[in-house]
Write a protein that binds this ligand. Structure first.
Ligand code: C2E
Ligand code: CA
Ligand code: CA
Ligand code: CA
Length: 287
């Protein structure tokens, strides 16, 4: 009955069928890409809004594809989450980003001729499916220990979907990550089932205010009040705030004035290749 149903489906819904075939193809070529580590990591600067200094990079994955060109994460991350492929893909992202961070930190240390290593951070996106994988904390431990990056400079960006399940596993895993010196950021804050109570329930160091709130800053009193309120509460709880998607100086200046110290967005830089990011690191570090 299933086969017959499928045949009918073929006949009457060719578009849907094409979608399935395409999905299947995409899954297969994702497998190959994962096996061959054929992805590229881009790095978007996170800066101090007042002074413009480079504070961190957010690692953002892309998939250079022979036919499709540079495929953006929105086209394959959810597929990789559904299939579980996000687990090996995410591990590759972590490894790559940590290795790059360690390299930049060594370079900055050399340029500044200071004894201590640089505290330049690297922030990595972790999907809920990946965080829930039983091997996740071990993967992070291995990466932190082997990369040679300065302790305390790895940030994991989690979405609220991870925190929504208030189970014990999430809590103990976060504790273990904290013991490794890894910091946790809540990504896209304000979009999901946001609750400020997450900030006291979990060891959160950073809160990233979603671009949709930043968009309205210049012309909506309400948006302004909301962002200011979030920034104030976060500050009271000792949580650092990063504003996402800053595209103009009006937004930057309003954020700096309300005491939101850090931000990222096209105003400062688009996601850069590792080489471009390296140039920026050297520029910023040179006396
Ligand atoms: P996100 O974590 O919210 O990342 C920010 C996205 O906004 C990035 O898109 C970035 O290029 C874009 N962006 C930054 N500044 C601006 C701006 O000023 N204006 C506008 N219009 N956009 C800006 P991207 O790289 O396409 O990534 C999309 C999403 O894919 C990310 O959203 C994240 O959720 C996911 N993602 C990316 N890399 C990874 C990864 O390695 N692992 C996982 N699990 N998810 C990833
Ligand atoms: Ca993010
Ligand atoms: Ca985000
Ligand atoms: Ca986002």
């Amino acid at each position: 009955a299933k086969a017959a149903g499928k045949r009918q489906w073929c006949t009457y819904q060719p578009a849907l069928q094409a979608g399935l075939v395409e999905r299947h193809e995409l899954n297969e070529s994702l497998d190959t890409a994962i096996a061959e580590s054929a992805f590229a990591l881009y790095y978007q600067p996170i800066v101090d809004l007042a002074g413009g200094e480079l504070v961190a990079f957010e690692a953002l994955v892309r998939w250079p594809h022979e036919r499709r060109g540079m495929v953006l994460p929105e086209e394959f991350i959810s597929l990789a989450e559904e299939s579980g492929q996000i687990v090996p893909l995410g591990a590759w992202v972590l490894e790559r980003a940590a290795a790059e961070a360690a390299r930049w930190q060594r370079e900055i240390g050399g340029l500044r001729e200071t004894a201590g290593r640089s505290q330049l951070r690297v922030s990595v996106n972790v999907s809920a499916r990946q965080f829930r994988d039983a091997g996740f904390v071990d993967t992070v431990r291995r990466v932190v220990e082997n990369s040679g990056m300065a302790p305390g400079t790895l940030v994991l960006e989690l979405t609220e979907s991870v925190l929504m399940r208030r189970d014990e596993r999430v809590r103990t895993d976060m504790q273990m990550l904290g013991d490794l010196g890894v910091r946790i950021a809540i990504d896209d804050f304000g979009t999901g089932y946001s609750s400020l109570s997450y900030l006291r329930e979990f060891p959160i160091s950073i809160l990233k205010i979603d671009k949709s709130f930043i968009d309205g800053l210049g012309h909506s009193q309400q948006q302004y009040a909301l962002v200011e309120g979030i920034a104030r509460i976060a500050d009271t709880l000792g949580v650092q705030v990063i504003a996402e998607g800053i595209e103009n100086t009006v937004q930057r200046d309003l954020l700096a004035a309300m005491g939101c110290p850090l931000g990222q967005g096209y105003l400062f830089a688009r996601p850069l290749t590792a080489d471009q990011a390296g140039l920026l690191v050297r520029d910023d570090a040179e006396p």
